[in-house]
Design a protein around this ligand. Structure first.
Ligand code: FAD
Length: 393
């Protein structure tokens, strides 16, 4: 394979020395567990009592992981990304109280994202979480019924949720953009799967508009993908899958333990990795009607798909294959992939600073020394700073 993630000149071309040092310090700060544990809570408190710290947050951790406080503020970042052939997936990252007012606000914001994407070739993909437009416990109840083959009665809450879901698909379809549905906790996922595949049947007949997300840290996902492939073949529609490992590992295990039920999660990281690559292969082998996006920061899995494309002489920018990373993370993957000509997008979270703090907290946790993701970022930044210093261009 003629491809490397190690080219830090390409990976950090968009960052000045100052910005690199800033990123270094942010990732380094995640080594201090006390800071990770209490830092965001302290910021939240300081913002609540209106201490004038907003600008510091905006210039530091917020600008590392978020595009702005609203759609138009994200435009500067999207422009920078597209200058390096990286597309933007605007991700409204505000977590509300979970009432109808929040669901309608989120729905209106998502409509605005999709309509903005229609006018904006930098953003060909939109994304949302079902729990952002529908009640969590309603999704949980419906999922329970699906799992236990109990007939579902459509409650008013479900009808409202379904209407919002339908309209978002409809305007994405009319706007010519792809729509990713994020995967969530396993106990609400059956309801998310149900509504997503129902709408694929409606909107994915001619092209792949709608993508469901498959979490490969869950058991039995290959069987699920194969089942959906058979169904899509029978009913002649395209399947779209965003393949991810999964973000709720600890929550899932804790719940299974608490309820004394079998854990829905793979027994080890190796097993998840194995399942992820098998899922990539299964989708790849059915590429005539399965489109995929690899939502991962894992270099090996990324290489795995690159190899499959290369061996089978499939063009790097074939629209059936996309890669996606989160803004502020794994630039060495995104920028090197885009430079080589692959389809790459970054999730670009946005929202008022105080409202995206839970998102920032999760990024800090994910990058903390316990999970160890920041060490790769730190070593690459150090390598680039060294390269610049030695002027070996
Ligand atoms: C663009 C994008 C979109 C995403 N969308 C979603 C989404 O819709 N839903 C969602 O849940 N997540 C989503 N994620 C997050 C994703 O699921 C992972 O949590 C995150 O990307 C880390 O996994 P990785 O493949 O990048 O890398 P890696 O660092 O190789 O893998 C870490 C992951 O491996 C798994 N893992 C770790 N330890 C174990 C273990 N002991 N046993 C079993 N599995 C283990 C966990 O899933 C963990 O997150 C998304 C990520 C990206 C980049």
């Amino acid at each position: 394979m003629n491809f490397s993630f190690e080219n830090t000149k390409i990976a950090f071309k968009h960052k000045s020395n100052f910005e690199l040092v800033k990123s270094y310090l942010i990732f380094k700060s995640f080594d201090f567990l006390i800071l990770v544990k209490y830092g965001i809570k302290i910021i939240n408190f300081a913002l609540t009592i209106k201490l004038p710290i907003k600008w510091i947050i905006k210039k530091s951790i917020f600008s590392q992981f978020c595009g702005g406080e609203n759609i138009s503020e994200c435009d500067i970042t999207s422009q920078k990304l597209i200058n390096s052939n990286i597309y933007t997936i605007l991700d409204y990252s505000v977590e509300g109280e979970g009432n109808e007012i929040d669901f309608n606000r989120n729905f209106n914001e998502l409509k605005a994202v999709i309509l903005n994407s229609k006018e904006n070739s930098k953003c060909p993909i939109a994304v949302f979480k079902c729990s952002g437009i529908g009640d969590f416990s309603m999704l949980e109840k419906r999922s329970f019924n699906i799992r236990n083959s109990i007939n579902n009665v459509d409650s008013t809450e479900y009808i409202n949720f379904k209407n919002r879901f339908y309209f978002l698909c409809k305007i994405a379809n009319e706007s010519g953009i792809k729509l990713y549905i994020d995967a969530e906790e396993s106990w609400i996922q059956p309801a998310i799967d149900e509504i997503t595949y129902e709408h694929m049947l409606l909107f994915n007949k001619k092209k792949c508009v709608l993508y469901n997300t498959i979490q490969l840290y869950r058991t039995n996902r290959l069987e699920e993908i194969q089942f959906q492939i058979n169904n899509a073949k029978r009913n002649s529609y395209y399947l779209g899958f965003k393949l991810v490992r999964g973000a709720y590992l600890e929550k899932e295990r804790k719940r299974a333990n608490y309820l004394n039920i079998e854990s829905p999660i793979q027994p080890s990281k190796d097993a998840t990795d194995f399942e992820f690559d098998n899922a990539v292969k299964l989708c790849f082998d059915n590429r005539n009607f399965v489109n995929i996006c690899l939502g991962t920061h894992n270099e090996k899995s990324t290489e795995y798909l690159i190899n499959l494309l290369e061996i089978n002489k499939i063009s790097k920018n074939d629209d059936r294959f996309w890669f996606a990373q989160l803004f502020g993370m794994s630039d060495h993957i995104s920028y090197n992939l885009a430079f080589a000509g692959f389809n790459v997008a970054k999730y670009l979270p946005y929202g008022p600073i105080k409202d995206v703090l839970p998102y920032l907290y999760r990024r800090a946790q994910e990058n903390s020394s316990v999970k160890g993701q920041s060490s790769r970022e730190i070593s690459l930044i150090k390598c680039e700073l060294k390269r610049r210093k030695s002027r070996k261009n």
